[in-house]
Ligand binder design. Structure first.
Ligand SMILES: C[S@@+](CC[C@H](N)C(=O)[O-])C[C@H]1O[C@@H](n2cnc3c(N)ncnc32)[C@H](O)[C@@H]1O
Length: 287
């Protein structure tokens, strides 16, 4: 039985206040190390591999082309794109978090001579206009605050050649589904996740309209459902991390988070862990 959390005010803070990725330049070594581990764990999931394949497919990426990924993180998409463009092609990662940029250079894409990782924010990049056949942001724009998000989309368009493609791939935070016996607490944790862990948890569903309003043409959309049932998965770790973060932020009590996570452990021990999250890929052509 969950104790109603009536003794604390509902936190009234701007959305995205607890979004780690909106202020990556402030991370300490511990936070960087945790996210390196978690991003690599997420990238290894079968549905995430499928998502990257869909992105490369919709981009029509081929040998000899140049692709830019903004917010390249540890480099999973860079690694997958490198063999597609081959030795005559070029892949550029733009990554503002110094530790992630270093990790991707030394581990993520080491030994891939056609890949370069630059340590800078997208809007501040010195990469020349019209360099890319394809410019991609994967799980990045959901984290970028306004007005920088609009400037970042404008920069992606600027970096792309005429006739080239601009792509956004993101999760829609409100599509997070998890099987849990406590519906009321699950809804409170979900609300925290949607409103606080992302600057705009609705970015993915909005990206189609935003790309059109930015002047891009021939907009295509694809949806990919990421599902996890394995307690070793990123999705299981993150479900518990979301409950913890909600407690740290004062949205739920510490004991409520502990009870919610304990019930999730019981589901997992019985082989009953089940969660899904929708990812939307938006691809459009620069005139
Ligand atoms: C959730 S991670 C995704 C990393 C990678 N794209 C992936 O899918 O594994 C978000 C990434 O966006 C980067 N990022 C945040 N703000 C950015 C900005 N304004 N310009 C470029 N990258 C940004 C972060 O440093 C981080 O690497």
């Amino acid at each position: 039985m969950t104790t109603p959390n009536t003794d604390r005010p509902t936190p009234n803070v701007p959305s995205g206040t607890h979004d780690d990725f909106s202020r990556v330049e402030t991370w300490d070594d511990q936070r960087t190390e945790n996210w390196v581990k978690n991003l690599e764990l997420r990238a290894a999931g079968a549905d995430q591999v499928r998502l990257r394949r869909e992105i490369i497919d919709i981009a029509r990426l081929r040998a000899g082309q140049c692709a830019i990924e903004i917010g390249s993180g540890t480099g999973p998409l860079l690694r997958d794109m490198a063999p597609v463009v081959g030795p005559a092609g070029r892949i550029i990662g733009i990554e503002p978090q110094t530790g992630l940029a270093r990790y991707s250079r030394e581990r993520g894409v080491a030994n891939l001579p056609n890949v370069e990782v630059r340590n800078e924010r997208a809007i501040a990049t010195a990469v020349a206009m019209r360099t890319a056949d394809v410019c991609i942001a994967q799980t990045v724009l959901i984290h970028v605050p306004l007005p920088e998000r609009g400037e970042t989309v404008a920069k992606m368009i600027e970096l792309t050649k005429s006739g080239g493609r601009v792509i956004s791939a993101d999760q829609d935070a409100e599509s997070w589904v998890i099987d849990h016996p406590d519906r009321a607490m699950t809804r409170r944790i979900t609300a925290f996740y949607v409103e606080q862990r992302f600057t705009d948890g609705w970015w993915a569903r909005k990206s189609r309209g935003e790309f059109m309003r930015a002047g891009l043409k021939d907009v295509e959309s694809r949806a990919i459902v990421v599902m996890a049932t394995d307690p070793q998965s990123y999705e299981f770790q993150m479900a518990k991390q979301r409950a913890n973060a909600a407690a740290q932020a004062g949205w739920i009590a510490i004991d409520e988070a502990a009870r919610w996570s304990g019930a999730l452990d019981e589901r997992a021990a019985a082989g009953q862990f089940f969660t899904t999250l929708n990812f939307y890929v938006t691809c459009a052509v620069k005139q």
